[in-house]
Each structure stands twice: as structure tokens, then as C-alpha cells.
Design a protein around this ligand. Structure first.
Ligand code: GUN
Ligand code: ZN
Length: 455
């Protein structure tokens, strides 16, 4: 093997997912990251001496996590509208189509102003990184310059991202917020690839695109081997209008399939009302779904049956869908995903509720698979990039801290060492960014922010 110098060495409790195990806890695990930011080895702490000789480092260089800490893979947000961050949590009193016309399109049209875009995009990248989102799949507005700026900001702050200029040549409500087919095509072709931030072809959804535009976008993606993202089958009124606008297509899924927009690099948000037949097309094409429960509840869109999607072996990740969803935290997406699954069990006791472990996997490895980035990120495997969170459940304000300080007198060490799952579940359900003390992307520490950035 190659004895490249190691830049990060950590020993302690690690938790992550594998294909076989939804949640694997490794106590006294030892990991090394090479100068390229890739995981060079994962072993046992008790084999430190031997590993230090093989990988040529001094055992004293290894950082020991405290008994209150653990390492987990970074969270993957498979669907977030960066340009909607500016009004997240302010306007959720209308269903999808009315919500788009009344609030969303007017706000997005402001991103023509690059300074406004810079302010909002800097905030959203910093906020999501602080929340532990190491990979984000972003929708931007129709404005290419602002979209490229978002890619640059994500890349500069060290966030892995897919960034899409939204395409829409149909919009009857806010007429200045749309493009011609030619503009949409030409502007999409101005994509730029940064080391961490890659382009994604982004037809907004079938209702905002003509057949010609969908066809051209399918061709651009194919010719350049690009990712694709859009929305599908989110709300019943939307589905009805798609039927009326595309009567030649058998289903909503068929509209995208027809224009080569379903590939193994496609992620479609929502899919609340997809039929089993449509899910079979997702499986066949390798396209994935992004489950955004906060948004689905907030806009009263529907409740996706994730269990059924998984039974169809369709790839699925979780998304915040800011600002249809009001939270930019993937921990919120985890909690709402559990809620959505429990609602289905209340409605039908035969429904098999998702376990916490399964949902954790969806938020990490599942998300990386949904974005076809699982060769680079999603869990701790040798050769993958080191995208990780160091979580301290005893950080000020942390949930365990309260248990610890106010009693009953259960020692924190007992909680973590003997009942790690108790502490981990508790943090996942009640903790927040205050407990995420470090965030790494591709082996680089990106939180706390190192370079002061002008805003
Ligand atoms: N469908 C088309 N555009 C949007 C959007 O901005 N948000 C959501 N949630 N659904 C959409
Ligand atoms: Zn969305």
C-alpha cells in the first residue's frame, strides 16, 4: 500500500451505516485520513501500535474522542431550495400551487440581484454546514450568475453540493419570472463544475416546462453526463394538472421518462402519490426519490409511504425542502420521517413502521446513494472521502447535559459507554447544532469556520 502521510487520526466511538447494517456502532475505533481527505484505514483502537507502524505515524498524534463524543458520517440533504431560505418558516398557509404563485415566485425573482443572492446563499451554506449537512442538493433560482455564485460559495466554505439553475418556460402567475426555451437551454449550458460543487440539470417540474424544454434538458444531461433533479407527484392538484397538460403520457413519471429525465443520476423530490407501476419505472431507470416530510406536512401535500418505496428497491434519501419545509436541519428531516411513518401505522396497523436505525441510514448513506455520490461519501469506508461530524452530547445545552446535571444521577459515562444507543437516539431526537462541534468534508475541517468570510 502507499504510505501517504495521514492528516487526521481519530480514535473513539464511531456510528455509521453499511449496506448490511442500518446502524453500526464501533467502540474504540481508529481511523486515519490521508492528505487527499480520503479514509486510509479503519481499525481497532487496541491495534494502534500495529497500525501506526503500517501507516507510519506516531501513536501520540492520534486524537482521542472524549467519552461524551462520537463520530458519524455527515448528513446528506437531497433536496433544498437555497433561494427560499430567505423566507423559511414565514408562509405555509397555502397548498403547493398557490404557495408557489403567492410567495415563492416573487421571492425567487429577487435573485437577479447578485448582492441579495450572495447574502442569502452565504447564510444558507453556513447554516446547513453548522447543522451538519456535508452534502446538499440545491435548487437555485432561474438566474445563472446567482446559481454559479451559490456553487462558488458552497465550494469555498467546503460543502459538497449539487447546484441547479432552475428551468421554467411556463409561469402564468408571475410573468417576469420565467424564461424562453432558448434562454433556459443556453443558460443551463453555462454550468460550471467546482471541486466540491457540481452542476445538476433542474427542470422545476412538469407544470413549469414545455415538452420542448424537457426534451432539451434531457439531452443536455445525457450529452454531459450530468445529474438531474426535479419534483414529482407532490400534491393531487398538481398531478391532475399534469394529466391535463400532458394527456399523451400515461403517468407523471412517464412525462419525465419520455424525455430521458429519469436516469441513475436523477433525484426527484416527494413522489407522495406515485403508483406501484411508477415506482417500478424508478427502479428500472435507477432514478431516486427525496423524501421531504416537513414540506409534505407543511403544505398538506401528502404522506409518502417510504416502506413501500424501499420494498420496490427504489433509492431514497431525505430532504429538508426549504422553504416548503421550514427547517434547514436534517435532524428535523429524520424526526419528521419517523412521524410520517408512524402516521401510516396509525392509519394501518399492518404498516411496518420505519425504525430509527433505518431512518438514520436514509439521512446518510441512503442520501449519498440517492444522489449517486455513494462512491465518495455517505459512510466510513476506506477510499471514501472523510465527511464526518464530531458530536458531543454533553456540549452546553445538549440533552444529555441536562440529564447529567439535574439527575437522576445516571453518570454520563454510563450512558455513553454502556448505553450508547440511548445517548445517540436521544441526541438525534432532541439535540441540535450546539452538539455538532466539528464538521469535516473531504478531510477538511469546515466547522467551526476557519477563514473569516466577508458577507
Ligand atoms: N414544485 C415546483 N416547485 C416547487 C418548489 O419550489 N417547492 C416545492 N415544494 N415543490 C415545488
Ligand atoms: Zn422542492
Amino acid at each position: 500500500h502507499c504510505a501517504a502521510r495521514l492528516k487526521i487520526k481519530r480514535v473513539g466511538t464511531f456510528v455509521h451505516s453499511t449496506q448490511q447494517t442500518a446502524l453500526q456502532v464501533q467502540e474504540d475505533a481508529l481511523l486515519g485520513v490521508d492528505t487527499e481527505g480520503k479514509i486510509a484505514f479503519i481499525g481497532e483502537g487496541k491495534k494502534l501500535e500495529a497500525l501506526s507502524q503500517v501507516f507510519q505515524f506516531s501513536p501520540s498524534e492520534v486524537t482521542q474522542l472524549t467519552e461524551h463524543e462520537f463520530l458519524m458520517p455527515g448528513l446528506v440533504d437531497t433536496h433544498i431550495h437555497a433561494c427560499q431560505y430567505s423566507y423559511a418558516g414565514t408562509a405555509l398557509d397555502l397548498p403547493l400551487l398557490q404557495w408557489l404563485n403567492t410567495y415563492t415566485f416573487p421571492v425567487e425573482s429577487r435573485f437577479k440581484d447578485l448582492e441579495f443572492a450572495r447574502r442569502v446563499y452565504t447564510h444558507v451554506v453556513k447554516r446547513t454546514l453548522t447543522n451538519g449537512t456535508t452534502t446538499a442538493c440545491y435548487f437555485a433560482s432561474i438566474h445563472t450568475d446567482a446559481t454559479l455564485l451559490l456553487g462558488q460559495i458552497a465550494n469555498d466554505f467546503g460543502q459538497r453540493a449539487l447546484v441547479g439553475k432552475v428551468c421554467m418556460d411556463r409561469n402564468d402567475s408571475v410573468k417576469h419570472y420565467r424564461e424562453s426555451i432558448q434562454e433556459s437551454h443556453d443558460e443551463t449550458c453555462r454550468w460550471v463544475s467546482y471541486p466540491l460543487a457540481k452542476p445538476v440539470v433542474t427542470p422545476r417540474f412538469a407544470l413549469s416546462c414545455s415538452r420542448e424544454l424537457l426534451e432539451q434538458l434531457g439531452k443536455i444531461a445525457k450529452n454531459n453526463n450530468l445529474h438531474i433533479q426535479s419534483h414529482i407527484s407532490e400534491n393531487k392538484e398538481e398531478i391532475q394538472l399534469v394529466k391535463e397538460l400532458f394527456p399523451e403520457s400515461e403517468s407523471y413519471t412517464d412525462v419525465y421518462h419520455k424525455y430521458n429525465l429519469l436516469t441513475d443520476k436523477t433525484v426527484m423530490a416527494h413522489g407522495c402519490h406515485l403508483s406501484d407501476k411508477e415506482l417500478a419505472v424508478f427502479k428500472e431507470t435507477g432514478a431516486s426519490l427525496s423524501h421531504c416530510p416537513n414540506s409534505n406536512f407543511s403544505l398538506c401535500s401528502g404522506v409518502l409511504n417510504v416502506r413501500n418505496v424501499l420494498k420496490h428497491k427504489v433509492k431514497l434519501g431525505l430532504g429538508t425542502d426549504v422553504a416548503g419545509g421550514y427547517s434547514s436541519s436534517m435532524l428535523d428531516a429524520v424526526r419528521r420521517t419517523l412521524d410520517a411513518s408512524k402516521i401510516l401505522t396509525i392509519q394501518d396497523p399492518k404498516h411496518e413502521t420505519l425504525s430509527f436505525e433505518e431512518v438514520f441510514r436514509l439521512a446518510t448513506l441512503g442520501g449519498s446513494q440517492a444522489l449517486s455520490l455513494d462512491d465518495q461519501t455517505g459512510n466510513f469506508e476506506v477510499g471514501k472521502d472523510f465527511d464526518a461530524l464530531r458530536v458531543n452530547v454533553a456540549a452546553p445545552g445538549g440533552p444529555i447535559d441536562l440529564i447529567h446535571s439535574e439527575g437522576p444521577k445516571v453518570g454520563i459515562q454510563t450512558l455513553i459507554v454502556v448505553h450508547f444507543m440511548f445517548a445517540f437516539l436521544n441526541w438525534s431526537l432532541t439535540g441540535d447544532d450546539r452538539n455538532i462541534v466539528e464538521v469535516f468534508v473531504a478531510g477538511k475541517k469546515v466547522v467551526p469556520f476557519t477563514e473569516p468570510k466577508a458577507e
